[in-house]
Design a protein around this ligand. Structure first.
Ligand SMILES: [Zn+2]
Length: 63
């Protein structure tokens, strides 16, 4: 089934392109962990969020 493999390959390629664009859009965010208060703070836009792991998205538009 070469056609199926081709479709799968295009799907994976599209996924990586989408991931690249998503990370480019939020590359300005610099999340720093504030252990004293238990929050993550973005040094770039000043957004804060309570999370166990580093946030991936910029919360700039939600403020
Ligand atoms: Zn940010």
């Amino acid at each position: 089934m070469p056609l199926l493999l081709l479709i799968l390959f295009i799907g994976v390629l599209a996924y990586f392109i989408w991931r690249h664009n998503a990370t480019t859009l939020t590359r300005n965010c610099r999340w720093r962990e504030d252990r004293a208060r238990g929050v993550w703070r973005c040094a770039f836009c000043g957004a804060e969020t309570q999370s166990r792991d580093a946030p991936r998205d910029c919360l700039r538009d939600r403020r």
